[in-house]
Design a binder for this molecule. Structure first.
Ligand code: NAD
Ligand code: ZN
Length: 254
């Protein structure tokens, strides 16, 4: 590991260790080391299809079977197998230590809750449940049989994930709480998000405007890196958090 990287890890550990109210904004990158491909970036679904088109509510309404085949079926298989990685576990540990006051996630994979975080705002809903387009009844995803595509509710209606598709509104209560947390935090951790999907990408801007220190953890730079982030720790989230947690242990012992 080079010295620059080590210094960034140390710096992040110090900032997090002295935070009174840290908040994390996470995107699909945090779950890559759990085996879930992101939309954008290397190995992302974007290379095979255009998620903006496939994961758009208009596409789903037009042809639900196609969206189930192209996107949702694979996602279900992937998510059924995925387990939290060291980045999710570190955020749960930081919450238990009283440092992290909330996670705003764009992910629908439930891995923050599986890791033990209790205060998780699922900005884009959850894949853990499916919802009937006709009667609105909800059914746990692992109970859904895929012998017919699209799967259907008892009433005959088509099932859809309880997620926010492109073209749909973020639940207003999630947006409201996310804004509140962003205004109140003194450190915001922006982990594994390309920061191009709005309004989630605006939360670090709010945090910065309200005086927080913004720390990005991502192998790539993003539109936030130049003007909003105080620090970018480059690398895969699981590896970076392993380093940060080790550095924090040293730092608190001293
Ligand atoms: P994105 O797909 O747009 O971008 C992924 C980001 O993660 C990129 O900036 C990439 O450089 C970074 N990244 C890649 N590997 C990483 C790693 N190991 N550690 C840290 N960062 C890494 O993701 P997005 O900004 O979250 O937005 C797209 C939307 O897609 C979100 O709304 C989300 O709901 C949805 N989505 C969710 C999941 C999931 O639930 N796991 C998976 C795919 C897409
Ligand atoms: Zn129904």
């Amino acid at each position: 590991m080079n010295t620059d990287h080590q210094q960034q890890i140390q710096k992040a550990a110090q900032l997090i260790g002295s935070a009174k109210c840290a908040v994390a904004l996470t995107g699909s990158g945090i779950s890559v080391e759990s085996g879930i491909p992101p939309f954008r970036g290397a190995g992302g679904l974007w290379e095979k299809m255009d998620p903006m088109e496939v994961a758009h509510i208009d596409s789903f309404r037009r042809d639900p079977a196609r969206v189930w085949e192209l996107l949702i079926r694979d996602l279900k298989e992937c998510l059924d197998r995925a387990r939290p990685n060291p980045a999710h576990l570190a955020l749960a540990r930081l919450e238990a230590m009283g440092i992290l006051k909330g996670v705003i996630t764009q992910n629908v994979d439930g891995l923050h809750q599986a890791a033990g975080n209790r205060d998780v705002i699922e900005f884009h809903g959850t894949f853990a449940w499916q919802r009937c387009m006709d009667c609105q009844r909800r059914l746990e995803t692992h109970r859904v049989e895929l012998d017919q595509i699209p799967p259907r509710c008892e009433c005959g209606g088509i099932l859809r994930p309880d997620c926010v598709f492109f073209g749909e509104m973020i639940p207003p209560e999630h947006l409201h709480r996310s804004r509140q947390l962003s205004e109140r935090c003194d450190v915001m951790l922006v982990v594994g998000t390309s920061a191009v999907v709005q309004p989630a990408a605006f939360m670090p801007v709010i945090a910065k405007q309200c005086g927080a220190t913004v720390i990005e953890i991502n192998p790539e730079s993003t539109p936030l890196t130049a003007n909003i982030s105080d620090l970018l720790v480059k690398g895969p989230a699981g590896q970076v958090f392993t380093g940060i947690m080790a550095a924090m242990a040293d730092y608190t012992v001293r």
